[in-house]
Unconditional design. Sequence first.
Length: 133
Amino acid sequence: LFGLCLLATGLWSCEGATYVNHHFVNSTGVPLTLGIRSDASQTGWAMDTSWLLAPGETRIHYAVDQWGKCHACDAYFVPGYGLDSIWATGDGPDMGTLTVNLLDSAYWEISSEEGLSWIRIEQTLSLSKDFFD
């Protein structure tokens, strides 16, 4: 019985996982409304949502949470993986119209961490006043 318990524990611990998280950071100094639309062809679901981000606030969008560690993970390192579109509006007298494509890879920072049976990919977009005219 003890051996069976060890075997079952070993098998359950091998499941692993793949995570992709988007971090949206409001670095503008004014409140922002940020909206996203998921890409159903990548994530398996369609979703539109928006958040009000206070100055300095970070919002995390959990884009992928699946069983098993990915083996061909390249797609998950593409900035904005799982997003169809992103939009933002600033709430302030010197905040104009958004002038950049927030899915442009130049604006994202990507980091990852992994263990034997899991990988976590963190994608960060820091929204700046420079993005608005």
